[in-house]
Design a protein around this ligand. Structure first.
Ligand SMILES: *[C@@H]1O[C@H](CO)[C@@H](O)[C@H](O)[C@H]1NC(C)=O
Ligand SMILES: *[C@@H]1O[C@H](CO)[C@@H](O)[C@H](O)[C@H]1NC(C)=O
Ligand SMILES: *[C@@H]1O[C@H](CO)[C@@H](O)[C@H](O)[C@H]1NC(C)=O
Length: 457
C-alpha cells in the first residue's frame, strides 16, 4: 500500500513545472488524507494518524486566522498548516488576508481554492462580517507583526474586546518590524508565539528598549517537518531516484561531494559569503594536497529577475575564480525534497541575527544531512555543534571557519554520515509535525483558558 503512494509522490515531483502546483497538490493531498481516513487507512496507520490529536479539544471552537498575505512564503504557509491541522479535528476555521494583493494571481487563486476544499471559510478583510466573526470567535491568531495593522483598521472600537483572545504568532526579527503602528497592541493580547528562544529574547529586548512596551506572555514553539516531507525522507528508493535525477541534471557524478545552500538569494541568507568559503576550501585542499572527491556547490533559490545585483555578483565571482563547472545555480522552488535527496551537506549561512527558526535546517536533517550553519538565531537551537553539524560565526569573519568546516566534512565521509544520522535522530525526537502540534495545542489551551477567564472578570 505504501509503494503506490510513493510512486505517486515521485511522479508529482517530476511532473510539475511550477512550485505552486507542487505545493497545492501536496497540500491538497494532506487535506484529503486527513478527511478520507477510510480510503487511506494503511498509510494513515503507518504514520501514526490513529493517535488522538492533541488538538482534539478544539473541535467545537471557532478560530479566526489573520494573515498579512496569502502566498507561498514561509509565514502564510505555516498559518495554512495550522488551518488544516485545526480543520482535521473539526474546528471551525475562518481565514482573513489583511493585505489583499491588487490583483488575484494564479497562486492566490489556487491557495484560496485549496482552503475551500479543506473547509476553511475565507472572508474579505474589511466589512461587518469580518468584524462580527472576529468578535464571536473563541480565538484569533494574528500571523506576523505586520498583521497588527489590521486590528485598528478593521475592528475599530471592537479592538479592546478582541485583544484578550488574540494569539500573536511572530516569525520575524528584522528591525523594521519594531514599529508602534504594527505592535502597539502586543502588550495586551493573550499571548505571543515565537519560533525560537533566540528570537523571543530579541523581541523582549527590542520592544522594551526601542518602544518602551512589554511583551505579553510568550511561548516558544519550534516548528516541525511535514508528513509529506518525512515520507520522501524515509523512503530510500525515492531518495536514490531523486538523487540520481538531480545530480544528472546538474552534471554532478554520484561519487562527487555536493554542498548546497537552499534559500532565496539575498545578502541576509549569505550566498555570497558561502561561495567565498567554498572557493577558500578548494584552495586549502590544493595547498595541503588533500585527497578528496571532486567538490561541487549548488545555490538553490536563484531568481535572475528579482535580485539582479547580487545574482550578477555571485555569477561574476564564480566566473572570475573559474568555478563554472563546480558551482550550479537553481531557480527558486518550493520542491526542496529532490535537492535534499541529492546533496551531501546543507549550508545554512544566514547572516546577522540569523534565522528566526530556519525550516530548511530540520528538513535537511530529516534527509540525514550534516549542517554547516551560522552560530546565530534559531540555527543554534537546532544544530548541535560537533554532533549534528558544525557552526561558524556570521559575517566576514565566518568565511575562514566555514571553509575549514567544508574541508573537514569533504575529507571525512564517516563523520558526514555520523552527523547526518545524529541529525535525523534529533529531528525524530523533537522536530516532527506531531511535536509541533503538541506544542501548539498546549499554547492554544492556555490562551483559550486565559481569555475565558478575562471575559468572565
Ligand atoms: C453584525 O452584527 C450586528 C450586531 O450583532 C448585526 O446587526 C449585523 O447584522 C451583523 N452583520 C453581519 C454582516 O453579520
Ligand atoms: C538587550 O540589548 C542590549 C543592547 O543591544 C544589550 O546590551 C543587552 O545585552 C540585551 N539584553 C538581552 C537580555 O538580550
Ligand atoms: C530560471 O529563471 C529564469 C529567470 O526567471 C528563467 O529565465 C529560466 O528559464 C529559469 N530556469 C529554469 C530551469 O526554470
Amino acid at each position: 500500500m505504501a509503494k503506490p503512494k510513493n510512486l505517486l509522490l515521485l511522479l508529482l515531483v517530476f511532473s510539475v513545472s511550477t512550485a505552486a502546483v507542487f505545493f497545492v497538490r501536496t497540500a491538497l493531498d494532506s487535506c484529503d488524507s486527513r478527511r478520507d481516513d477510510g480510503l487511506r487507512q494503511p498509510v494513515a496507520k503507518e504514520s501514526g494518524l490513529e493517535r488522538k490529536s492533541p488538538l482534539a479539544f478544539m473541535r467545537s471552537k471557532k478560530v479566526v486566522l489573520v494573515s498579512h498575505e496569502l502566498s507561498l512564503s514561509g509565514g502564510p504557509l505555516l498559518l495554512m498548516e495550522l488551518a488544516f491541522l485545526l480543520r482535521s479535528v473539526g474546528t471551525q476555521v475562518v481565514w482573513i488576508t489583511s493585505q489583499k494583493a491588487a490583483q488575484m494571481d494564479e497562486v492566490t487563486y489556487s491557495l484560496e481554492h485549496k482552503m475551500f476544499d479543506c473547509g476553511v471559510q475565507v472572508l474579505p478583510a474589511n466589512g461587518q462580517e469580518a468584524v462580527n466573526t472576529t468578535v464571536e470567535a473563541d480565538l484569533v491568531v494574528l500571523n506576523t507583526a505586520v498583521a497588527g495593522k489590521w486590528l485598528d483598521a478593521v475592528l475599530k472600537e471592537h479592538v479592546p474586546e478582541v485583544l484578550p483572545k488574540i494569539l500573536w504568532w511572530i516569525h520575524e526579527m528584522r528591525g523594521h518590524y519594531f514599529k508602534l503602528e504594527f505592535v502597539k497592541h502586543l502588550p495586551f493580547v493573550a499571548g505571543a508565539m515565537i519560533d525560537s528562544h533566540t528570537t523571543a529574547e530579541y523581541w523582549k529586548n527590542r520592544t522594551h528598549e526601542r518602544l518602551g512596551i512589554q511583551m505579553p506572555q510568550t511561548f516558544v514553539v519550534h516548528l516541525g517537518n511535514s508528513k509529506e516531507l518525512m515520507e520522501v525522507a524515509d523512503d530510500s528508493v525515492a531518495r536514490r531516484v531523486l538523487r540520481e535525477h538531480i545530480r544528472e541534471s546538474l552534471g554532478v557524478r554520484n561519487e562527487d561531494i555536493l554542498f548546497a545552500i537552499i534559500n532565496s538569494v539575498s545578502r541576509g541568507k549569505g550566498q555570497d559569503l558561502f561561495l567565498h568559503s567554498f572557493y577558500e576550501s578548494l584552495r586549502l585542499i590544493k595547498q595541503q594536497k588533500l585527497q578528496v572527491p571532486s567538490m561541487h556547490a549548488v545555490v538553490v533559490g536563484s531568481d535572475m529577475n528579482a535580485h539582479t545585483k547580487l545574482e550578477t555578483e555571485l555569477r561574476d565571482f564564480v566566473a572570475s575564480k573559474g568555478l563554472q563547472d563546480r558551482v550550479h545555480f537553481v531557480n527558486k522552488t518550493l520542491a526542496v525534497a529532490p535537492y535534499l535527496a541529492a546533496i551531501d551537506v546543507l549550508v545554512q549561512n544566514s547572516q546577522a541575527r540569523g534565522e528566526c527558526f530556519g525550516r530548511i535546517t530540520i528538513e535537511a536533517m530529516a534527509f540525514q544531512l550534516p549542517v554547516l550553519g551560522t552560530a546565530a538565531g534559531g540555527t543554534t537551537e537546532i544544530v548541535v555543534d560537533g554532533s549534528t553539524g558544525l557552526l561558524h560565526p556570521a559575517g566576514k569573519e565566518g568565511v575562514p571557519p566555514l571553509a575549514k568546516n567544508i574541508v573537514k566534512l569533504a575529507t571525512n565521509g564517516q563523520q558526514r554520515l555520523a552527523m547526518g544520522r545524529k541529525g535525523y535522530e534529533r529531528v525524530k525526537e523533537q522536530f516532527m509535525e506531531h511535536h509541533m502540534a503538541d506544542r501548539i495545542a498546549a499554547v492554544l489551551k492556555e490562551v483559550i483558558e486565559k481569555s475565558k477567564g478575562s471575559s468572565r472578570s
